[in-house]
Design a protein around this ligand. Structure first.
Ligand code: BDR
Ligand code: CA
Length: 321
């Protein structure tokens, strides 16, 4: 099995936590560190949660604290009605084994780890992209040393969906649209796993119950942490289950064949009523588009093998790969 050295840039967050367990349990993933960012909750809360998660599921993996607010805006309010008051579905958090905090800010941690392993590190970013943009600003050359950046964020309308927090924007991109536009335009290979595929991938109530029954402590945790999140999905989308956002980015790293992608540069609207909207110019589109044409192509996920993705997550939690 090929190995993936990953830095997990995250705003935990219930689905962030489920994706961390996925990574911690998959034998092909070597977690180099967790970097926190504001988003689903304040930076204090997401950092505390990252320390809890690393200590519980990935002992020895360091955590570095990242940005408290977007590059050019004030921090958004915590999404307590989605992720709970504590960001982790209101479950009790025993901090006795929590990871210690690295002394470096997240963006510096990322740069140092990439420079220590040139060409080998995958950045999995599942929150606002502020830490990645700060790293680019601090050390513009380091981008060329990153193996791949896999982002959960954005929406490209393939299912008629352009957003989940506004009609035009997905939460992580709206969290810091300026950062997202810089990250999509940098000299590194970017894959974007957005709502087009994450809202097509649903863990049903029964699927989650089966993980609880058969998945030991990890399965029980996934169940416990997702109770509040599942109730939110039922209220807001009449869904008997949950959308699989952040774990889809991990699945893309492990099994890209499960996803169909479209190549082309991506821009982010940074102002106006559609702020946070992500727009790709497909590589096959013949018209000139100066705002896109000078930028590198990104891979945008447009379809997914849902059963394959869910089976990968299940086998990883159950330890039956
Ligand atoms: C994304 O927003 C956050 O609330 C989730 O953790 C996920 O990263 C989905 O739009
Ligand atoms: Ca997230």
């Amino acid at each position: 099995m090929s190995q993936h050295k990953i830095i997990y840039d995250t705003d935990p967050g219930v689905d962030d936590a489920m994706a961390l367990v996925f990574q911690a349990r998959h034998p092909a993933i070597e977690l180099l560190g967790l970097t926190s960012v504001f988003g689903n909750a304040t930076i204090q809360t997401t950092t505390r949660n990252a320390r809890f998660l690393a200590g519980r599921f990935a002992p020895g993996v360091p955590v570095a604290q990242g940005a408290a607010a977007p590059l050019k805006r004030i921090a958004p309010d915590p999404l307590a009605w989605i992720h709970g008051d504590n960001g982790l579905g209101n479950i009790a958090l025993d901090m006795s084994g929590a990871a210690t905090l690295d002394e470096r800010p997240a963006h510096r941690f990322i740069i140092d780890a990439v420079r220590a392993h040139p060409g080998e590190v995958t950045l999995v970013a599942v929150g606002p992209l502020t830490n990645l943009a700060l790293a680019l600003a601090d050390d513009p050359q380091f981008a060329t040393l990153v193996k791949q950046v896999v982002i959960m964020g954005g929406a490209f309308g393939t299912d008629g969906v352009l957003g989940n927090v506004t009609p035009a924007a997905e939460a992580n991109i709206l969290g810091d649209p300026d950062a997202a536009d810089r990250v999509f335009g940098a000299q590194w290979p970017v894959a974007i796993v957005g709502l087009d595929v994450t809202q097509r991938t649903i863990m049903s109530h029964d699927y989650l119950a089966s993980l609880r029954e058969r998945g030991g402590a990890a399965g029980q945790f996934v169940w416990d942490v997702s109770r509040h999140y599942e109730a939110f999905h039922e209220e807001s989308a009449q869904l008997k289950g949950i959308y699989v956002h952040d774990s889809s980015a991990v699945a893309y790293v492990l099994a890209p064949h499960l996803y169909s992608t479209r190549r082309g540069p991506v821009r982010v609207l940074t102002e106006g009523i559609a702020v946070g909207q992500t727009i790709q110019k497909p590589a096959t589109m013949p018209v000139p588009a100066p705002a896109w044409d000078s930028r590198p192509a990104c891979e945008v996920c447009v379809d997914v093998d849902v059963d394959g993705m869910l089976a990968l997550y299940e086998k990883t939690i159950l330890g039956t790969l």
